[in-house]
Design a protein around this ligand. Structure first.
Ligand code: AP5
Length: 224
């Protein structure tokens, strides 16, 4: 169990579609911590057509990783802000050894430390099933996630949170999902061993209902 005391600095690792965003939402509803999703930050930047958005858009569309120096600069700048002093839950970062090392160096320089790295265990076939049925809210400030079978919205195609339209993400089409999974295996899986060797890794069963998986995850985080 991770004892976070007052401050919690956590990473939610895991393949695309393993439920990181869904479960991160449950953690922040229960524990006072900021949820920082690089994917959500990038999608918001694309929606705003700002400088970062224009740079990352082609990578997101192809399901490829945004270059390390760009994503690391965005994250380091974000976690250096005052509202992260009480901790954060990183969702989707780091995803490469370069990003993990850059994060480690930044935290060391700031005299901060990671408390844990949480990894849901989910098979590739389950991931394809989850991503093909995922629907997301089109409102950039909401981005709430649903699933047509496992977590449907109350009104078909309409977000329960803000009432905007739900769509399928561009990168949830079959070919792009396969590309994202291939990249996960090549680039991100080595991080599992990296964090295991630092005694930070906590694996949990990611199969079951959203509620069951959430209980397993929260059981790993002890707050005092
Ligand atoms: P990002 O948005 O982070 O995509 P991802 O990691 O591929 O993760 P997803 O958002 O697809 O899935 P998730 O694990 O959050 O699952 P969710 O909860 O939605 O990144 C997008 C892109 O940005 C990347 O491809 C890359 O281009 C770029 N990027 C981001 N970070 C980067 C980085 N560090 N470096 C470089 N590039 C980066 O759940 C999926 C579905 O399953 C939902 O429909 C949900 O309702 C359903 N579901 C959830 N839990 C369950 C359950 N227990 N049972 C059944 N269904 C469930």
């Amino acid at each position: 169990m991770i004892n976070c005391g007052g401050i919690m600095r956590l990473i939610l690792l895991g393949p695309p579609g393993s439920g990181k965003g869904t479960q991160a939402q449950r953690v922040v509803d229960t524990v006072s911590v900021l949820h920082l999703s690089t994917g959500a930050m990038f999608r918001q930047a694309v929606a705003e057509s700002n400088e970062v958005g224009l740079q990352v858009d082609p990578y997101l569309k192809r399901g490829e990783l945004v270059p390390d120096d760009l994503v690391t600069a965005v994250v380091v700048n974000r976690i250096d802000q005052d509202d992260c002093d009480s901790g954060f839950l990183l969702d989707g970062f780091p995803r490469t050894m370069g990003q993990a090392e850059a994060l480690g160096q930044f935290l060391e320089k700031s005299s901060k430390q990671l408390d844990g790295v949480l990894l849901p265990l989910v098979s590739d076939s389950e991931i394809v099933d989850r991503l093909s049925g995922r629907r997301v809210c089109t409102e950039p400030d909401c981005q709430k996630v649903f699933h047509i079978k496992y977590d449907p919205s109350q009104r078909d195609g309409i977000c329960d949170g803000c009432g905007n339209r739900l769509i399928q993400r561009d990168d949830d089409h079959q070919e792009t999902v396969r590309n994202r999974l291939r990249i996960y295996h090549e680039e991100t899986i080595p991080l599992i061993e990296y964090y295991r060797q630092r005694s930070l890794l906590k694996e949990f069963d990611g199969i079951g209902t959203v509620e069951q998986v959430g209980q397993r995850l929260l059981a790993l985080i002890e707050t005092k």
